[in-house]
Design a protein. Structure first.
Length: 143
């Protein structure tokens, strides 16, 4: 059996998820939804540069500075802020502003924190995009 991951549609379990980011054929105007394993700022910036959009779960140790706050937040949106990354490498790899959305998921009783370059959609739409991604993942687990 050929195990060359460059020709397989799936990678081996020993391969970290974020390494697959470079193999995705990104398209301008499309939305890409990732879990925390995909906090690969160099690749996220490439997505931004081709004018595509992403939503990714933020890691807990993310270093950033808040640039601007949104007020009047809808229900379950805990905060919606524009940030710049302050970590040495993340700042070099993603030099533009990002949006950080904190959302309370009532179903799972937990806070979710998202990073996105989609400044033009609502914070609830950011959370909904991720929720839809999770539904697809649950479907594949069911299979």
């Amino acid at each position: 059996m050929d195990t060359d991951s460059s020709i397989l549609p799936f990678t081996l379990a020993s391969v970290h998820d974020s390494t697959a980011m470079k193999d995705i054929p990104y398209e301008s105007g499309a939305y890409y939804i990732f879990d925390r394993a995909y906090n690969h700022f160099r690749m996220l910036y490439k997505i931004h540069q081709i004018e595509a959009f992403f939503v990714v779960r933020a890691k807990k140790n993310l270093q950033y500075k808040i640039i601007k706050w949104k007020r009047r937040l809808p229900k379950n949106v805990l905060s919606d802020v524009t940030i710049e990354l302050t970590g040495f490498y993340p700042r070099q790899y993603y030099p533009k502003y990002l949006r950080l959305v904190r959302y309370w998921d009532e179903e799972q009783k937990r806070e979710l924190v998202f990073l996105t370059n989609a400044m033009h959609i609502s914070a609830l739409q950011v959370a909904e995009l991720y929720k839809n991604r999770w539904q697809v993942e649950l479907f594949f687990k069911w299979l």
